[in-house]
Design a protein around this ligand. Structure first.
Ligand SMILES: [Zn+2]
Length: 146
């Protein structure tokens, strides 16, 4: 299941008020059409109908693929994942399952590249491989910015 919230947002440029859909999680196994939407980078973004101003939101967003077994969590706060949540996942899915070991990234582009990478090559199979993925993505993002 994917989780959404609808909120009014005021355009910082023209003050036009518009309803926005904010995802806190996307389950692309339950809602396959969300995969392309996620990769398009249009999620959790205010796009003004009046003046075309675009403002990306920084709300946390969890991307979840149950078939390929990975979770990429775009997480912009420093709050740690609660132990209760991890225990709950371990109880329902078995110890060390992919849900209790999400791939956490704090930048939007890192989330995009990580999902694209896991979708293509499969989820990282170990903590070491996960760090390789993260390192690779940081290099990719740095070279894009230059
Ligand atoms: Zn506007």
């Amino acid at each position: 299941m994917s989780m959404i919230n609808k909120e009014n947002f005021t355009c910082p440029n023209c003050k036009h008020v518009q309803k926005c859909t904010i995802y806190s999680s996307m389950n692309v196994t339950a809602d396959p059409e969300l995969k392309e939407f996620f990769l398009s980078n249009k999620w959790n973004t205010f796009s003004c109908e009046e003046c075309d101003t675009v403002v990306p939101f920084t709300d946390n967003m969890m991307y979840h693929d149950m078939t390929k077994k990975f979770v990429v969590w775009y997480k912009t706060d420093d709050e740690e994942i609660s132990k209760e949540l991890v225990q709950m996942f371990n109880r329902s899915l078995g110890e060390g399952n992919y849900m209790s070991n999400p791939i956490i990234v704090s930048e939007r582009f890192h989330a995009l590249f990580m999902v694209a990478l896991c979708d293509k090559n499969g989820a990282p199979k170990s903590e070491e491989e996960k760090n390789h993925y993260l390192k690779y993505i940081k290099i990719l993002c740095n070279s894009e910015q230059k």
